[in-house]
Design a protein around this ligand. Sequence first.
Ligand code: TYC
Length: 102
Amino acid sequence: STLDTQHDLVVEKASARAAPPPMYQVLLLNDDYTPMEFVVKVLQKFFNKNHEEATRIMLQVHHEGRGICGVYPRDLAATRIAQVGQYARARQHPLQCVMEPV
Ligand code: TYC
């Protein structure tokens, strides 16, 4: 470690720091029933996408079966999946969201 006496900043060696947390992709899965505009809304509301990027991801899922919504540490990925599940179920849509390690 070095001490920056001007600014009191401590810079540690990488080997002395905590490892970065394991990261997980959150993916949306295609189905035949969930309306396209609902999927776009979910991507804006829970994954902070603008309408254009949300539309691109929705169409990728529609055509390829799955698409990446975001990459997060495990607890945040699990929270997003639970939020999407509750939001979709409450509106009678079968939309499914899953996570997998990067
Ligand atoms: N396939 C759906 C339809 O034609 C649209 C859709 C896109 C559904 C993405 C789910 O994750 C999904 N209405």
